[in-house]
Design a protein around this ligand. Structure first.
Ligand code: GDP
Ligand code: ZN
Length: 309
C-alpha cells in the first residue's frame, strides 16, 4: 500500500488529503511534484521541512486547485550533497541509484576527479558507471583501454561511446534501465550532448514544466528529473561539479577505494592512515601489484586535496 492510499482511507483528518509524489524539479519558488499517474503539480513547501531535493519522494496536500503543498519528505534511499554558501551542505539529488562518470579524450581526462567521484559514490552507496565519450576522437586506444582495465578489474562497468556518432549508446541505455542515474564529469566532456541523445523529449518536458509554474520559456532550472524512454530516470543537474566529499573523513575516503577494503583489516594499526605507516597492508598490496599504484597515488592526492593528509 502506498502512503497515499493509506491516508486516503481516513477523511476525518487533515492528512486525508495527503498524496504521494516525487519531486521532479525546482522551478523558481515552487517544486514540480509528479504523482503516481504522471501528473505534475506545482507545490510550495513548508519552511520547517528543510531542503527538498530533486528525486525526493514526498507527501503533498492539495491546498487549492492550482497549487499543492509538500508536507513531508519520505525516507531517502540515498542523497547526494554539495557544499553551499556559509559552510552549509545542500542536497543535490535524492534516491539516486548510480552515477555515470563521463570522461573524454578532450578535455584531458582527470582521473583524480574520477576517483573523487567513485569514492563519494561508494560512501553514499551509489553504483558507478564510467563512460568515455567522444570515443571516435581517441588517439591512443591502447592507453585508454589500459586505464579502463584498472576500473573494470575492481568491478566498475566501463563504456566507450559517442554522442555524435551514436556508438555505444545502446550499452549506456541498458546501464540506465530501471535505475535513477545522474551524469557527472568535467565541463566539455559531453554530458548535455549525451542527455539530449538519451532524451528526445527533453525540451518539451522542460517547457511544459516552466509553463505550469508560470515561468518564462527560457528558464533554466537547477535540476530536473526525466523519464527515459526505455524505463529508468535521469536527473539532469547542470553545474554540479563537486559532490559528496563534504562530509567524508580520511577513513571514509580509504573505504571509498573499494579495492582497499579486503586489505584494510590487515593493517597493523587500527588508525593506520595508509600513507607510509608501519605495517600498512594497503602499501604492501600496492608493492605486491595487488592494488593499482595509480589509484593509490591518487588516493594520497585526494586526501591532500581534502586537507586530510
Ligand atoms: P558538457 O559540458 O559536459 O555538457 O559537454 P557538452 O555536451 O556541452 O559538449 C561539449 C562539446 O563536446 C560540444 O562542442 C559538443 O558538440 C562536443 N561533443 C559532445 N559529444 C561528442 C562526441 O561524442 N564526439 C565529439 N567529437 N564531440 C562531442
Ligand atoms: Zn594501512
Amino acid at each position: 500500500m502506498s502512503a497515499g492510499e493509506q491516508w486516503a482511507g481516513d477523511r476525518s483528518r487533515p492528512e486525508a488529503e495527503l498524496r504521494e509524489g516525487r519531486v521532479v524539479s525546482h522551478l523558481g519558488q515552487g517544486l514540480a511534484v509528479e504523482d503516481d499517474r504522471g501528473e505534475v503539480v506545482i507545490c510550495h513547501t513548508r519552511r520547517q521541512l528543510g531542503a527538498v531535493a530533486v528525486g525526493d519522494r514526498v507527501l503533498w496536500s492539495t491546498a487549492d486547485r492550482q497549487q499543492g503543498r509538500v508536507e513531508r519528505i519520505l525516507p531517502r534511499r540515498s542523497v547526494l550533497t554539495r557544499p553551499a554558501h556559509g559552510g552549509r551542505i545542500r542536497p543535490v539529488a535524492a534516491n539516486l541509484d548510480q552515477i555515470v562518470i563521463v570522461v573524454a579524450p578532450e578535455p584531458e581526462p582527470d582521473w583524480l576527479l574520477v576517483d573523487q567521484y567513485t569514492a563519494a559514490c561508494e560512501h553514499r552507496g551509489l553504483g558507478v558507471v564510467i563512460a568515455v565519450n567522444k570515443q571516435e576522437r581517441i588517439a591512443d586506444r591502447a592507453r585508454v583501454e589500459q586505464t579502463l582495465s584498472v576500473y573494470r578489474r575492481i568491478g566498475y562497468t566501463c563504456l566507450l561511446l559517442s554522442a555524435h556518432t551514436g556508438d555505444g549508446l545502446p550499452h549506456l541505455r541498458e546501464a540506465l534501465k530501471q535505475r535513477c542515474s545522474m551524469l557527472a564529469g568535467q565541463s566539455g566532456v559531453g554530458k548535455s550532448s549525451l542527455t539530449n541523445s538519451l532524451l528526445p523529449g527533453r525540451n518539451l518536458r522542460t517547457r511544459e514544466l516552466s509553463d505550469k509554474a508560470g515561468l518564462g520559456r527560457h528558464t533554466t532550472t537547477a535540476a530536473m528529473l526525466y523519464h527515459l524512454p526505455e524505463g529508468g530516470d535521469l536527473i539532469d543537474s547542470p553545474g554540479v561539479a563537486v559532490f559528496g566529499l563534504a562530509e567524508m573523513t580520511a577513513a571514509d575516503v580509504a573505504g571509498g577505494y573499494r579495492e582497499f577494503r579486503e586489505w584494510l583489516p590487515q593493517c597493523q594499526f587500527n588508525d593506520c592512515r595508509h600513507l607510509g605507516d608501519k605495517g600498512c597492508a594497503i602499501l604492501a598490496a600496492v608493492e605486491a601489484g595487488r592494488v593499482d599504484a595509480g589509484r593509490y597515488e591518487r588516493f594520497r592526492k585526494l586526501l591532500a586535496k581534502m586537507h586530510l593528509a
